[in-house]
Design a protein around this ligand. Sequence first.
Ligand code: GAL
Length: 501
Amino acid sequence: MVLFVVLLVFCSCNQSKTILTPKPGPGPRINGARIFGVRPGSPFLFRIPATGERPLIYRVTGLPEGLVCDSLTGQISGVIRNPGKYTTIFEVSNRLGIAEKPFKIVCGDTLALTPHMGWNSWYVWESHITDSIMRASAEAMVRTELIDHGYMYINIDDCWAVKADSKDPMLLGEPYDTDGYMNSNRYFPDMHALTSYIHSLGLKAGIYTSPGPLTCAGYTGAWKHEETTAARFADWGFDFLKYDWCSYDQVAADTSLSELQKPYILMSNILKRQDRDMVLNLCQYGMGDVWKWGKSAGGNSWRTAGDLGGSFEKIGTALFRDGFDVYTGNELYKYGGPGGWNDPDYLLIGLLSNWKGATVPTPLTPDEQYTQVSLWSLQAAPLILSGDITRLDEFTLGLLTNDEIIEVDQDPLGKPGRRVAMENGLEVWKRELGDGSIAVGLFNRENYRARISALWNELGISGQQRVRDLWRQKELGHFSGKFSSTVNAHGVVMLRFWPAN
Ligand code: GAL
């Protein structure tokens, strides 16, 4: 039994935005994933994420044949021809010192060896997305230094293609060219130039379509044009595809499992034949328990529920329902892992569209925002911001750039965490990490501050444990038997435990 002592201090809606993440120090530090997958013969693109006073000098020892590292940008590029597991050492130095980190490059069939990290346009720009917004967003990922913490994808969501019945002349035109290749609308005059620009910043580019005739917002989909669409995305230079079910139920023969799987199997097989790597995100809202077959259908991640931000006012309710209950109710921890991840949707923090024509701050309280990022990291979920990356305040930046939280998300073992104890709305979560330590989340879903205890027997550990507060990046000391902390209403305390000896 978990011991819970409730403190009768009620939630204040005007919580202060306390920034817990310490600023990165001036010394070099290498952040983000420790492993990266690429297919033989595909262009390799990975920029070493590192913080510290500039200039930084980057070096890699043990790079496989075919790859080179630019010592001034940390950009690794080239092509690996021979499949294999390559153990390299990243080294980043500045006038204050040198940081080292082992990094594995796995050249084989599997992409997305850790959850995706990046930005997606949907929840802030929805149908107002343009080429120049995408460019500005990519620049912002560099300027805000999110790139130095491991964020790498800049993904266009819906609304870049032609919309045949639109009143906006910029969206009109032929949906496909005469050879059957999908066209972009006039807000995207040159997709190839756009991805080249994104790549030149050391980032990767993502795109979106539907297997149905139309996307969810009524733009052209890939129905009966799957081969040419994938070839066009590869030719344009995209690295990521979100494939959104949308109108596919109009063309599916029935509601059987095989019909649910069909468009995804078809697309993943086509993607495998392209000469560049494209990570495939299945978006079909969890139908047919997608977590049970998403990976075998070729997906690198699968949305586990509907849109978290579908109703602006109800984002908080959706966060608790989809983030906690869908995950635990379906034991989703059993299904995610290297190559295929549960995707509970984007990080709804910062400035978002309110679907009424304005951009407004997230309705999540500061504590709920800490809860979302912590829960996503414990679940090994993709960390994709969908708020306005060009206008991030210090608080939101702090939420996104805590390297010790990101390290949990990106842990190379890739084993998603799970809830191990619950009493009312007070929950203890645990995730096993590659170095033998565990990450522990104390979550308070109640409307009052409460004390939550994590008991060793529920965590499956014993003996003295060294405990660290991950948001504050502070050692808390050595503990035996249990660890207790007071947790804000709708808030979290994120910890990491190492056996003390
Ligand atoms: C939804 C999808 C959202 C977004 C939207 C675009 O089906 O779940 O994430 O892509 O379509 O129209």
